[in-house]
Design a protein. Structure first.
Length: 132
């Protein structure tokens, strides 16, 4: 695990959360994903009037990072109003890139409500190694 400033990652997740586009659920989510190379990619949930098209904050951050050539992630801070946990699709997408990524959940006050690895979030995950 690289050395990183957990509070800074949390701050980035909380501040990007303000950009969430969530007019339907009114449940804003912000994510800040730290790569093993030390870069941070943020993401927010982006809802759509065609509801299922909505994209979650966690996957937004992963897709941004992968688009920029990053595939190894040390940690992700996720900010919501109440410390809600990542949905199943986001767990699966995080698992694709590593089970050891640390997931830090914070509420709107910046209080860490839970901290766990992707492996703990998604036990017995189906990963690329299952395909060989
Ligand atoms: N949401 C996320 O951004 N991440 C999750 O892991 C859970 C759900 C978003 C999707 C939708 O915009 C809103 O939260 C309510 O489901």
């Amino acid at each position: 695990m690289i050395d990183f400033d957990k509070n800074l990652l949390i701050q980035k997740a909380m501040s990007v959360r303000e950009n969430a586009y969530a007019p339907y659920s009114n449940y804003q989510v912000g994510a800040a994903l730290l790569t093993n190379s030390g870069r941070v990619f943020t993401g927010v949930n982006v809802e759509n009037s065609a509801y299922p098209v909505t994209m979650c904050a966690e996957r937004s951050s992963v897709f941004k990072a992968v688009s920029e050539g990053e595939r190894e992630f040390a940690a992700v801070a996720i900010a919501t109003s109440n410390g809600g946990t990542p949905c199943g699709s986001c767990r699966q997408v995080l698992a694709e890139f590593g089970l050891d990524t640390l997931v830090i959940l914070v509420d709107e006050n910046g209080l860490v409500t839970e901290e766990m690895t992707v492996a703990e979030l998604l036990p017995k995950a189906f990963t690329p190694s299952d395909l060989v």
